[in-house]
Write a protein that binds this ligand. Structure first.
Ligand SMILES: *Cc1c(COP(=O)(O)O)cnc(C)c1O
Ligand code: SF4
Length: 346
């Protein structure tokens, strides 16, 4: 008898992994031993924003637990079908800061490039869940227009790759883009906002690291991790590779009801991040995007949680609590009324 080896997600390439995502709600529910009663609403919500989750991420979800904090980030729910009127399709008004295809220029000195339209997972709370990637993911010719915009604006010294997930493109494309940016003399820093190191850790290839090590640009990777349980051993090891390559690693999280809205959760997250060489950067209040209202944590609770972090952790492990205000010159810090009065612990 011939023994056939069935490939598992641990042994296949990241591209194969990206093409074998779980996209069928029935499959996800079955695999995670979840009640069939969730299926009907999952299918409805799936039509509004499709389910996408990697095998790798799914393997970190506890079977049988409807409240698993990782599951809640990816499972389409009936709650997405109703939204208060204050929740909109473009809560950040990004449309009005779009000077060239794929370019969002809102803040002084840094420009954001929508360099890929795909994500390896669809986070249910994503503020770009209604984003028009069709017109905003540049073709090669349009890239020239985007790059010319940067070249013509000497105030821009940092280019941020965003998406979608900018690392969803091939190593070759990534290398091309990094090289194109590096020839613009006034750009000194390259920042990559990505969730792939966490949801598809095999994406950290030696070719990718090579590109980032060899460029003259200083590289910063901002990962997006909301819960300590997202970092298993494999993710930890891949993140360490980036750290050893001397890439600055930061994390941004979104404060999400039912996922990470407890003090102990946020404290564990900061400590776990630091064990991988990552500093907490931002803790975002939810952007009010249609379909995500059930994730909202009210401002007073958010401030109370943040105060707890300040009173518990060393300063460098406390992320800045921020919200996005459409026409502000930066992310807007959120403080409690007692700010500057000091607080006591114990
Ligand atoms: C968040 C964001 C940035 C980066 O802001 P930092 O405070 O530098 O992290 C840049 N451009 C846009 C459009 C953003 O939304
Ligand atoms: S990885 Fe980021 S851009 Fe992609 S769905 Fe999640 S939050 Fe949205």
């Amino acid at each position: 008898m011939i023994q056939r080896t069935i490939p598992t997600w641990q042994s296949i390439s990241w591209q194969e992994e990206l093409s074998s995502l779980i996209t069928d709600p029935a499959e996800l529910l079955e695999r995670l031993e979840l009640p069939e009663s969730l299926l009907e609403s999952a299918q409805k919500a799936n039509k509004l924003f499709p389910l996408r989750v990697t095998q790798s991420y799914a393997s970190r979800i506890k079977p049988g637990d409807v409240d698993d904090p990782l599951l809640r980030q990816v499972l389409p729910l009936g709650a997405e079908l109703t939204s208060p009127a204050s929740y909109t399709a473009d809560p950040l008004a990004e449309q009005s800061f779009n000077p060239a295809p794929g370019v969002i220029h809102k803040y002084h000195g840094r420009v954001l490039l929508i360099s890929a339209s795909q994500c390896a997972i669809n986070c249910r709370y994503c503020f770009r869940r209604h984003f028009d990637y069709q017109t905003n993911t540049p073709s090669r010719a349009e890239w020239q227009e985007a790059l010319r915009y940067i070249a013509d604006n000497e105030s821009i010294d940092e280019v941020i790759l965003s998406g979608g997930d900018p690392l969803a493109v091939s190593d070759r494309q990534m290398q091309w883009l990094v090289n194109q940016i590096a020839v613009i003399p006034h750009v000194t820093r390259l920042r990559i906002h990505t969730r792939l190191p966490v949801v598809l850790p095999n994406r950290i290839t030696s070719e990718l690291v090579d590109t980032l090590v060899k460029t003259r640009l200083q590289c910063v990777i901002v990962v997006h991790i909301n819960h300590a349980a997202e970092i298993d051993e494999h993710v930890h090891n891949r993140l360490k590779i980036l750290k050893k390559a001397n890439i600055t690693l930061l994390n941004q999280s979104v404060l999400l009801k039912g996922v990470n809205d407890s003090a102990s959760c946020l404290v564990s997250l900061s400590k776990r991040l630091f064990s991988c060489g990552i500093l907490p950067y931002y803790l975002h209040l939810l952007d009010k995007v249609t379909g995500a209202a059930h994730f909202d944590v009210d401002e007073a609770s958010a401030i109370a949680l943040h105060n707890h972090l300040l009173a518990t952790l060393p300063g460098y492990l406390v992320p800045k609590l921020v919200r996005e205000v459409p026409n502000a010159a930066s992310k807007t810090a959120v403080y409690g009324a007692e700010h500057n009065l000091g607080y006591t612990n114990n």
